[in-house]
Design a protein around this ligand. Structure first.
Ligand code: PLP
Length: 394
């Protein structure tokens, strides 16, 4: 018999994954070209050519222990130093290898840092809409998730409610910008106001409150939008990064955590995070991928392809009468459902072979998420289905 805790996890198992399975079944039934699957954030853009070359180069190297062996749980020192130098160059920060811990993607990094920080019952604040997996990650370490309700006019964090809900029990706050599912980039003004609330709360409660910046979409921005680097606004910031989207490597499981030396208790956090990486069973991030990304720190994915998809879908959906915030980053559209119940809307969409994810998965009912990291061709073929779906409500 499985554990009670796992029973809960299984029962609430991600509807995004369920949709992915359903997509495959529908494709078998109706033909793949007649199913429009916008459910999963799996990049359609190939990894940059340099990534493939770098993998081959690493494999050609002659010292198996330097490529395939165990290393420090935090990762290869030269790889971490290269990551730190690249961040310093881009953001004017002052990191060195001791501030970087290589992780098994963003998911691995978030689990490592939450295991490192959380005592049972301590609270982690998230802003709806948010990546639904945070609920599971916080539960993994018996933390309590506190959800701040969405501001659906701008999809920036609702700071008034945040100031009310931050408490002596708050251990961490997770932000994700550019955001999954809205595509919104939190403005510098928002970040400064958020930092001010957190500094004030730390003073008032005499506690350390950590800001966890989950940023797998940092480089996926449009129209020259800037994404503030959060360690510069709030000292107790820990950054979780991933190459899943920026280099189209989600299956390879590679990312890193930044634990700045200015963060409260930084030395203990670095040491504990390294142990957490090991005892969660990751041991260390995949060695081949560590070596590969270190050779590709200047590489960029084809953001222009996602931008074309963004415009094509956004402009046509508005034409058909849908309401949606214009995404500034990531590769998602967060569209208002045409009926109150987002799950019923998702069911209706399926009749038109459109696979969408209900907003309630992200703590924001009444909306649906479309992942447009798909082929442009599929988007073009799907447009009549979106139009018919809208007409079915008239
Ligand atoms: N955080 C957010 C906001 C995401 O959207 C995702 C994946 O879609 C992840 C974390 C997990 O990313 P990774 O594949 O790097 O574990």
């Amino acid at each position: 018999m499985i554990s009670e805790k796992m029973m809960d996890f299984v029962k609430n198992s991600s509807s995004i994954r369920a949709m992915f399975e359903e997509g495959k079944n529908m494709a078998a039934k109706f033909g793949a070209e007649n199913v429009y699957d916008f459910s999963l954030g799996n990049p359609s853009v190939e990894p940059p050519k340099r990534v493939k070359e770098a993998i081959a180069e690493v494999l050609e190297e002659d010292s198996p222990n330097l490529v395939h062996g165990y290393m420090l749980n935090a990762g290869y020192e030269d790889v971490r130093a290269a990551v730190a130098a690249s961040l310093n160059k881009r953001f004017g920060t002052g990191f060195d290898e001791s501030n970087i811990l290589m992780t098994v993607g963003a998911a691995g990094g978030l689990n490592v840092i939450l295991k490192t920080l959380l005592n049972p019952g301590e609270e982690v604040i998230v802003f709806a809409p948010f990546f639904g997996e945070y609920t599971n990650y916080v539960k993994n370490y018996d933390g309590e998730l506190v959800v701040i309700s969405p501001d659906t006019s701008s999809f920036q964090p609702n700071l008034k409610e945040f100031a009310e809900k931050i408490s002596e029990k708050t251990k961490a706050v997770i932000v994700n910008t550019p955001n999954n599912p809205t595509g919104v980039v939190y403005s510098e003004k928002t970040i400064m106001a958020l930092a001010e609330i957190m500094y004030k709360a730390q003073d008032e409660f005499g506690t350390d409150i950590y800001l966890i910046s989950d940023e797998p979409y940092r480089e996926l921005v449009y129209d020259g939008r800037e994404v503030p680097y959060l360690t510069k606004y709030y000292e107790n910031t820990i950054v979780g990064y991933s190459y899943s989207k920026s280099l189209s490597l989600p299956g390879e499981r590679i990312g890193y955590l930044v634990i700045p030396s200015e963060a409260a208790d930084a030395e203990n956090i670095k040491a504990a995070a390294s142990v957490a990486n090991r005892i969660l069973g990751f041991v260390n991030a995949p060695s081949l991928m560590q070596r590969t990304v270190a050779k590709c720190l200047e590489e960029k994915t084809d953001v222009a392809a996602y931008d074309r998809n963004r415009k094509l879908l956004y402009e046509n959906l508005l034409k058909y009468g849908y309401e949606c915030i214009r995404p500034e980053g990531a590769f998602y559209l967060f569209v208002k459902a045409l009926e109150e119940d987002d799950k019923a809307f998702v069911e209706r969409a399926k009749q038109f072979h459109l696979l969408l994810v209900p907003g309630s998965t992200f703590g924001c009912a009444g909306y649906v998420r479309l992942a447009y990291c798909v082929s442009q061709d599929m988007i073009e073929r799907s447009l009549p289905a979106f139009q018919k779906l809208a007409e079915s409500y008239q």
